[in-house]
Design a protein around this ligand. Structure first.
Ligand SMILES: Cc1ncc(C[n+]2csc(CCOP(=O)(O)OP(=O)(O)O)c2C)c(N)n1
Length: 318
């Protein structure tokens, strides 16, 4: 079943929440309220929402350091995400993980990961557990196109096919790995061909189209749940902001970014909603609702306590 047109306003609001979350984080970061690094997903909201909405709540998902949107789309509370960014005890990782370690097992979010390609084997392990325990869960892993040159990428895809695991590989191809255009580092930058070469179905999807993403992941999830094994989805998208805050972006032309802004996910879905008969005022209402969700999360996070010093010794391995 495709994503019902009735749900598109909700998808629009969800994408706006993600966009405004990143904008709020940028402002906090610039104001010196957030330490460490932050990798924004502005421009990549449709692949996050389309993919995660096609999963069940108890399906598993792993994402990358660019995964705020993916985590929110999978169901992570905006309050818990914002509090985590501010290092507060009410954060999803008790304020001790920060941007690159968003985790919430209650919504299947097994964790963001700062290590390129590290989420692939984790999701595939979760898929193996689901298969061995005869459960119905599928696992989805998001990664960037830079991850396809890591050894663990090949090892993971191989076993996923050999063991017919219920896992979905979603490559968000935003054309750049840090400050390098991908075709300069990858022998064949059409990464879906690598998935295909292992013998799994592999498709290229317009990653800025939330409905197309939903349809692709839904089909993959159905196949995985019925024992058909893994699928590879290459979601073509574009990162509208720098790799991280402070990225001077000398590696790409301003005109290229301007062209990408014309077809970015929120603009696209706004146009689609208007074609379906929604008015500008309907869109403005959804925008105001998203703003209120972010304002509430900010207030919650700012009023939350910091972790107690003794907490430094809990939830650690050594
Ligand atoms: C194993 C590993 N090597 C190098 C890095 C440094 N690094 C951080 S992000 C990044 C680029 C990854 O690009 P891509 O996979 O295309 O994802 P994107 O950042 O575009 O979302 C690199 C090389 C890392 N985090 N982990």
């Amino acid at each position: 079943m495709p994503l019902s047109p009735n749900r598109l306003p909700d998808a629009y609001r969800q994408m706006l929440v993600i966009r405004k979350f990143e904008e709020a984080i940028r402002d906090l970061y610039m104001g010196g309220k957030i330490r460490g690094s932050f990798h924004p997903c502005v421009g990549q909201e449709a692949s996050a929402v389309g993919a995660c909405w096609a999963l069940q709540k108890d399906d598993y998902m792993t994402c990358t350091y660019r995964g705020h949107g993916q985590a929110l789309a999978k169901g992570l509370s905006v309050r818990a995400a914002m509090a985590e960014m501010l290092g507060k005890a009410t954060g999803c990782s008790k304020g001790k993980g920060g941007s690159m370690h968003f985790t919430d097992p209650s919504v299947g979010l097994l964790g963001a990961n700062a290590i390129v390609a590290a989420g692939l084997p984790l999701a595939t392990g979760a898929a193996l557990a689901s298969q061995l325990q005869k459960q119905d869960h599928v696992a989805l892993t998001f990664f960037g196109e830079g991850a396809v040159n890591q050894g663990v990428f090949f090892e993971t895809l191989n076993l996923a096919v050999v063991w017919k695991l219920p896992v979905i590989f979603v490559c968000e191809n935003n054309h750049y790995s840090e400050m390098t255009v991908s075709h300069e580092t990858t022998s064949n930058s059409e990464t879906y061909k690598r998935g295909e070469s292992f013998g799994m179905p592999a498709v290229v999807v317009d990653g800025n189209d939330v409905e197309a993403m939903y349809a692709a992941v839904e089909a993959a999830a159905e196949r995985a749940r019925s024992g058909g094994g893994p699928t590879y989805i290459e979601a073509m998208t574009y990162r509208l902001w720098g790799h991280m805050m402070g990225d001077p972006e000398g590696y790409r032309a301003k005109e290229e970014v301007a062209r990408a802004r014309e077809v970015e996910p929120i603009v696209r879905l706004g146009k689609r909603l208007k074609e379906l008969g929604y008015s500008q005022s309907d869109l403005d209402t959804l925008n105001a609702e998203a703003e209120a969700i972010i304002a509430d999360a900010l207030q919650f996070a700012q009023n939350s306590p910091a972790p107690k010093p003794a907490e430094a010794f809990t939830d650690v391995f050594a």
